[in-house]
Design a protein around this ligand. Sequence first.
Ligand code: 13P
Length: 256
Amino acid sequence: MSSAPYIVGNWKMNGTRALLAEARAINRAAARYPGVQVALAPPFTLVQSLADEAQAIGVGGQDCHVQPKGAHTGDISAPMLADCGASFVIVGHSERRKDHGEDDALVKAKAEAAIEAGLGVIVCVGETLEERDAGQAEAVVSQQVDNSLPALEAIADLPAGKVSVAYEPVWAIGTGRVAEVADVVAMHKAIRTRIEAAYGEKAAGVRILYGGSVNAENAAALLAAEGVGGALVGGASLAAESFAAIIAAAGTEPVD
Ligand code: 13P
């Protein structure tokens, strides 16, 4: 399954139970595209409801704590996510790195905690506009990959497809300013090189997703680009109409 395009919606801090109707519609759309692996990461409050009723999509969390349990008020652990039906978790999103001061070492520990709990993991990386303008984008992202990915020993026994990297340039998130396809291809190539250095032949099972203002209009070009294994979608994943169009843009045949 790991070579299937992986289309993941990150709902961020959006969605009350009323939005489950959109998730149901997304589930129906995903069922028509068995060649695409579709997932949603709703807020924690909706994980269980969604996991209970959406059979054609994976359901995941947007963060987890490094510890399985304990005195950490307000936090959610990876085993808790697994317990309510999540199959994966996003770690190291730039909004968490910024809002909560998360560094690469913490992101790596979270990724390893997720794997320990049996979850798949999407590790996010991406440069800021200042870093890109300074010509530092590739160096910054390479360093994030080197230091945020779970250790080889942690993933050695995992099947392909359980670990993904999401390249999300910070300046492209929620701005409507999507990265140029050529820049995405170049960065995905650089990331692939770092993953291969870390994982050797296991690297083949790691997909690299692009994220940042992906929408129904630009998805086909991004998803067809070399080295792009899927998309991590924010705003456009909140409505079934736009998210279904992105799933359809992954280029596999629908079934009726
Ligand atoms: P937008 O698609 O809203 O730009 O968000 C991207 C993102 O951060 C997904 O994790």
